[in-house]
Design a binder for this molecule. Structure first.
Ligand code: GLU
Length: 554
């Protein structure tokens, strides 16, 4: 995840913006930049790589100015380069952006048709160009920013700075976190309270859809409907700032909502955007006789999903193992396998022990981990980061999604290397992966409905989860989550297994949660649903719009 900071200060802000960006380093980034208003004019410094590189540029060419914005970028659209680094500038506007603008192609096309020339490959530049264009047409900064925001689709946080407006910053939040900091005659914005901690401990968290008009004298917030609202100013203690959950009730909720942005970041890392495929990964599947996937808990279910992908896409045999089993059952190894060890923390004891124990006997070893410097990452031949950002909740959510994304990239790579898919099929699969952040956004928008269903399920003592194909391990993962978090007993089954025993459990008191997109297996799963309903069971169908239309129900 990248970071945003901004300041309307009483002296030169660039050094403080750089310090605040350092506090966002934990989120990961590939380039950084700062813009200030120097004598009313926008000036920028940007650099690829670590903040030290930006610090060097600033040391050589310091930036003065009492108003400024800064950014650490994790590229999702356009490779990491100085020209793609933020801030992005057009006309009288400079913008920093976290997240993705889903409809940037359409907007870019519109603006290009009016003769506007784009300098970068980012989705962000359309924000700056559109805002500048509205100002050219006569809009003031606030109207131009509001007009721009009204056109944007996606999940993002943004901060705008305007030439000649030394006492104005506009910040907006939709899908990505953003906070406003209150100083003494100074005001700040930042991705989280941690970034703002050295500047102030008085924080206003923006709510979803909010636009904040920030002046040194204070902030005016308008909600998604454009109504003026008052958001509380909280004094945040350092303890809570260290790991901050913003407006979310708990970390798990926060992490669930981070899925669109973290999957977008991970995609930025694993895609070759020029070619429309997966970027090279240093694993050779051509000399492998099979894939071995080893993990515990949720990671194991991610492996189980990936088994379907490796088999279908790359036609390579796959074994999946729970780490503790793999370690003790001494499986026969050929030395030609690609063995993939999956762990969020990269420290899972059983997985690490399995890797250490088997590494001398195995062919290539690959770590799929969230913590890049972890023991499992270091012990494996190749380490692939899942780039989910810190996951605090014990019940894994966004790490699971990002594990799946990296495993999908690996399965596509395996298919390409082994010649089981061609370039066109790789491009098709890659496009499907690129839809993931948007699909997650659309799913998260269903939260109120999901909350109502959860309320209905809360009274159950037992629940069943069903799915076929890759939905089967998702049913196992769903059951695990329900058990772990609600203490409701839950089991996951392959839908086809229903009639071989579990059906005996079904009555009105046992909800059955069915995962079934509208695919080749849909009809079969629908018939399982009817079996359940015939016994008075309650079914919750989790599907796509086509599946929902076909299945009827509410
Ligand atoms: N999508 C933007 C880009 O690629 C922002 C990425 C970020 O959140 O750092 O530049």
């Amino acid at each position: 995840m990248c970071g945003i900071v901004g300041a309307l200060g009483r002296d030169d802000v660039a050094p403080r913006l750089l310090a605040a960006l350092r506090r966002l380093e934990y989120r990961g980034y590939d380039s950084a930049g700062i813009a200030t208003l120097n004598g009313g004019a926008i000036e920028m410094r940007r650099a690829v790589g670590k903040l030290a590189a930006l610090a060097d540029v600033l040391a050589a060419r310091p930036l003065s100015g009492h108003a400024g914005i800064g950014h650490t970028r994790w590229a999702t659209h356009g490779r990491p380069s100085e020209v793609n680094a933020h801030p992005h500038r057009a006309g009288r506007v400079a913008v920093v952006h976290n997240g993705i603008i889903e409809n940037f192609r359409e907007l870019r096309g519109e603006l290009a048709a009016r003769g506007i020339v784009f300098i970068s490959q980012t989705d962000t530049e359309v924000v700056a160009q559109l805002c500048a264009h509205l100002m050219e047409e006569g809009a003031g900064p606030e109207a131009a920013a509001t007009g721009t925001l009204a056109r944007l689709e996606g999940a993002f946080a943004l901060a705008f700075l305007f030439e000649g407006e030394a006492d104005l910053m506009i910040a907006a939040r939709r899908g990505s976190p953003l906070a406003v900091g209150h100083g003494d005659g100074e005001m700040f914005v930042g991705s989280d309270a941690l970034a703002l901690a050295p500047l102030t401990d008085r924080i206003t968290y923006l709510e979803e859809g909010d636009i904040a008009i920030v002046h040194r004298a204070g902030v005016h917030v308008r909600d998604a409907a454009g109504m003026a609202v008052t958001r509380p100013v909280r004094t945040v203690s350092l303890d809570s700032v260290l790991v901050d959950k913003g407006t979310h009730k708990h970390f798990m909720h926060k992490e669930i909502h981070e899925q669109p942005s973290v999957t977008a970041y991970a995609l930025g890392h694993y895609l070759d955007q020029g070619r429309g495929g997966i970027a090279p990964i240093a694993v050779d599947f051509t000399r492998a006789d099979r894939v071995v996937l080893v993990a515990c808990g949720t990671g194991h279910y991610a492996c189980h999903v990936a088994k379907y992908w490796f088999e279908q896409i790359a036609r390579i045999p796959v074994e999946i193992d729970i780490a503790s089993e793999f370690r003790y059952r001494a499986p026969p190894l050929s030395g030609r396998e690609v063995a993939i060890f999956v762990s969020q923390s990269g420290e899972t004891a059983d997985t690490l022990a399995a890797l250490r124990h088997a590494a001398p006997l195995l062919g290539q070893t690959v770590a799929v981990v969230n913590v890049a410097e972890s023991s499992i990452a270091r012990a494996a031949g190749v380490s692939l980061p899942i780039l989910a950002g810190a996951e605090i909740s014990v019940a894994s959510t966004k790490a699971f999604t990002c594990q799946l994304l990296v495993l999908a990239a690996l399965a596509i790579t395996a298919g390409r290397q082994r010649g089981t898919i061609d370039g066109a099929e790789e491009a098709r699969l890659t496009r499907a992966l690129c839809d993931v952040p948007g699909a997650l956004n659309r799913t998260l928008a269903l939260e109120p409905r999901i909350r109502d269903i959860a309320r209905e399920l809360a009274g159950a003592r037992d629940a069943l989860f069903l799915g076929r194909g890759p939905m089967y391990p998702l049913a196992l993962e769903g059951a695990l989550k329900l058990k772990e978090l609600s203490y409701i007993h839950a089991e996951g089954y392959a839908s086809g297994e229903l009639k071989h025993g579990p059906i005996a459990l079904i009555d009105a008191g046992v909800p059955v949660i069915v995962f079934a997109p509208r695919d080749a297996l849909f009809e079969k799963t629908v018939s399982n649903m009817h079996e359940v309903m015939a016994r008075g069971g309650r079914v919750v169908l989790v599907t796509d719009p086509a599946g929902a239309a076909e299945a009827g129900g509410d």
